[in-house]
Design a protein around this ligand. Structure first.
Ligand SMILES: *Cc1c(COP(=O)(O)O)cnc(C)c1O
Length: 446
């Protein structure tokens, strides 16, 4: 070693860690939520839904107020609450008319429910690869998967950044395809001035505990199409009991379920919605700070911003170049973790590797057994092979196996100085690596 400044010993090798104080956890529920819940308790009406025609088929006052507030705050024609976003996705797939054998193009790099929602109606999820810079599916990758059987595109705004919707909508219109948006990770996000969720035909948001705002479990469908809104409301609440009285002619997919949110959850959601703009602003400010600091680390590339697209930073994604770093991703993550306080909760994890395994690699798709045991719905088109072999979506596989890093530290109530500690830990680990096989020529040039 010829450097003057000795590299400090890494914590993983017994050196002093960069930081020992734990990263503060979120506190999601406040006094206002408590009071809202108590008021519902005092009313003794924890749900006012009725599963047959009458004034309460759309739920009680809290549920209806929550829906109206969400629609108003973001300018949606209709908002329809559901008891989870998984059931919301199923409702959306049913409402746009997907049936057995219909192909729906979806990202493989998402939570499993984005694809299984299609299977619930006998539709076939067809996986399009992601863009390596934004991690979203794009018009180019979708176009390659369109067949005469394609009926819809299910776009996921992954990690909270809006997908590039204009070219996707143009492609969908040219082929007569419906568009569903899974905006679970992107509540309150805009794309070229329009709120995501209802840029396509229908979409929505998750309200589970881990999302930006929550009510324990829940979801919110949004659409600007009144006919789709009606079908969503029917599917949410025992559609079959209403079609006769409401004189609905098209019975397709109008087997209903019970996907109803309670008054307690809606009361919490109403308060949480007020907090959302502040959370987004906080995360965007932290993300801008982190991206600027990371620019000094050549082996790390922050997520590229899609022009016109906001990012909600459900988590903050970046790419790791193992060759430039001179170490593999797993060793890097382990060494950085050692420099920082132990995570007692997933939200305190400084870096995770890879996000999910591309969905088609799960047994469900590998063995193609979904409804019953005979291969339904993939067996509906004799002669058509649904290929789920490794290599189907190489970019998603590369992100999973080699390149993607996520941090959970871009969130309230953390501050810029918390993120400076993360960057300090990353820099310390990277600078501990002896430059790999530097050629004599390069060394001279230095
Ligand atoms: C959280 C999430 C879901 C599922 O939402 P739940 O409310 O947990 O059912 C679906 N898709 C994505 C992308 C998600 O992040």
């Amino acid at each position: 070693m010829t450097t003057d400044t000795p590299t400090p010993r890494l914590a993983i090798d017994g050196g002093t860690p960069v930081r020992q104080a734990p990263f503060a956890l979120r506190r999601t529920m406040g006094e206002a939520e408590k009071q809202a819940v108590c008021a519902v308790m005092d009313s003794d009406k924890l749900s006012e839904f009725f599963g047959s025609p009458g004034p309460r088929w759309l739920g009680g006052p809290q549920v209806q107020a929550f829906e109206q507030k969400w629609a108003w705050q973001y300018g949606f024609g209709h908002a329809i609450s559901v008891n989870s976003w998984t059931t919301g996705l199923q409702t959306a797939v049913g409402a746009v008319g997907i049936g057995p054998g219909d192909e729906v193009i979806v990202s493989p790099y998402t939570m499993s429910a984005s694809a299984t929602a299609v299977l619930f109606y006998g539709g076939i999820p067809v996986f399009a690869d992601i863009d390596p810079d934004t991690f979203n599916i794009s018009a180019e990758t979708i176009r390659a998967r369109i067949t005469p059987r394609t009926k819809a595109i299910l776009v996921v705004h992954i990690f909270g950044q809006a997908a590039d919707m204009d070219p996707i909508m143009a492609l969908a219109r040219a082929h007569g395809l419906k568009v569903i948006e899974d905006a679970a990770q992107a509540p309150g996000v805009h794309y070229k001035g329009r709120p995501v969720g209802a840029i396509g035909d229908v979409g929505g948001f998750s309200l589970n505990y881990h999302k930006h705002i929550h009510c324990g479990e829940g979801g919110m469908l949004v659409t600007n199409d009144p006919a789709i809104a009606l079908r969503c409301r029917l599917i949410r609440n025992h559609a079959e009991n209403f079609t006769e009285a409401m004189e609905i002619a098209d019975l397709g997919n109008l087997i209903g379920s019970n996907y109803r949110l309670t008054e307690l959850q809606a009361a919490i959601g109403i308060v949480q919605l007020d907090r959302l703009p502040g959370y987004l602003a906080h995360r965007q400010r932290l993300a801008a700070h982190l991206s600027a600091r990371l620019a000094t680390l050549p082996s790390i590339t922050p997520v590229a911003s899609q022009p016109g697209a906001e990012h909600a930073y459900y988590v903050y994604p970046m790419r790791f170049d193992a060759r430039r770093a001179g170490m593999d991703r797993a060793s890097f993550v382990r060494a950085v973790a050692a420099e920082l306080p132990a995570a007692g909760h997933v939200e305190q994890t400084p870096l995770t590797e890879g996000y999910v395994r591309p969905l088609y690699l799960a047994p469900l798709y590998q063995r193609q057994i979904a409804l019953g045991r005979d291969g339904f719905p993939w067996n509906l088109h004799p002669g058509v092979v649904y290929d789920h072999r490794p290599g189907l979506c190489p970019v998603a596989e590369r992100m999973r196996n080699e390149e993607l890093l996520l941090t959970s530290l871009v969130r309230e109530p953390l501050t810029e100085s918390d993120l400076d500690d993360l960057v300090a830990a990353m820099r310390k680990v990277l600078s501990s690596v002896r430059p790999a096989t530097t050629s004599p020529h390069t060394a001279d040039a230095d």
